[in-house]
Ligand binder design. Structure first.
Ligand SMILES: [Zn+2]
Length: 299
């Protein structure tokens, strides 16, 4: 009984997807012409890497090239609950007519997984999921993958269908997942505003460096004592904005402990030092340069 019901839902889902493809590619006879050339996905499943240590999503594809009108990404999803999934791995599929694609998890844990392909038609994404869910169990450095029993799966998928009618044409927006810190760049997600699915993650370049400068400026500006100590394992320069903040607080000396080419160094800028002229023409001042001017000390 349950199985039949599921099949019916799945047919409905496929109908919705072809309808969406129709809308995106035009009307009338054009749709049929386009449909003939649409990329096809085969053997979409969760598998194990050759050495048996890690899981991956895999699929074959045909009719996929720069004329397909979409960009395809292969996903390995971890099913967290009946309405929530997280990305365990993803890989953009490169154009190539036909071939095979893999998305290997870098670290994964026991749980339920599914493989999925997103076809991105310029911000409108059609998602195709693997026919089965997969149970993943790690033991030692080996991993085992088995298909989830049909009955349990149909229950899960019917719930999922109810949750989001399952053929969402995603509308993607950038969402902040993790703000930048001095040590780590900010992380943004491309998330669907309609169903909440996350389809991509990207770090924001230079955001950690900007956060480091901002923290230094605030530490100097808000200093309660006559010394500010700044420690960093990652950065080796100040931006002009830090020198300006220091210039405005002539009562404060700044000690920087930093790492340069694997060695630990320290430099102290005395209170009231003339610092506004220290930045180069691009507005940066290297700590090694500060050592030349003020003092030199290995830690
Ligand atoms: Zn969506």
């Amino acid at each position: 009984m349950k199985k039949n019901k599921w099949k019916k839902s799945k047919l409905m889902k496929m109908a919705v997807i072809s309808l969406i493809l129709g809308i995106l590619s035009g009307t009338g006879t054009e749709v049929i012409a386009q449909a003939a050339k649409a990329p096809t996905i085969t053997e979409l499943q969760v598998g194990v890497t050759e050495d048996g240590t890690q899981i991956m999503a895999q699929c074959g594809f045909q009719n996929y090239d720069d004329k397909s009108g979409c960009v395809m990404t292969l996903y390995l999803y971890r099913v967290e609950s009946e309405s929530e999934m997280s990305i365990a791995a993803y890989q953009k599929i490169s154009y190539g007519g036909e071939g095979k694609a893999l998305a290997v998890a870098s670290s994964a844990s026991d749980g339920t997984y599914l493989a999925s392909v997103g076809l991105d038609y310029g911000g409108k994404v059609v998602q195709i999921n693997s026919e089965h869910y997969y149970r993943v169990t790690y033991s030692g450095d080996k991993v085992e993958v088995s298909k989830v029993a049909d009955e349990e799966q149909s229950r899960r998928q019917e719930n999922a269908l109810r949750e989001e009618s399952h053929a969402c044409v995603h509308e993607l927006e950038d969402e902040l997942v993790r703000p930048a810190t001095a040590e780590q760049d900010a992380l943004m997600a491309k998330q669907c505003m309609l169903c909440g699915a996350v389809l991509d993650y990207a770090e924001v370049p230079n955001s950690a460096y900007a956060a480091f400068q901002k923290e230094a400026v605030e530490a100097i500006r808000n200093a309660q004592t006559d010394e500010v100590i700044i420690r960093t394992q990652r950065w080796v320069s100040f931006h002009q904005s830090v020198l300006e903040a220091l210039s405005a607080r002539s009562d404060v000396k700044v000690t920087v402990q930093y790492r340069y080419q694997g060695e630990e160094y320290k430099v102290t800028i005395p209170a009231g030092a003339e610092v506004n002229t220290l930045a180069d023409k691009n507005g940066f001042c290297g700590f090694r340069y500060l050592n030349l001017i003020f003092d030199e000390s290995d830690l």
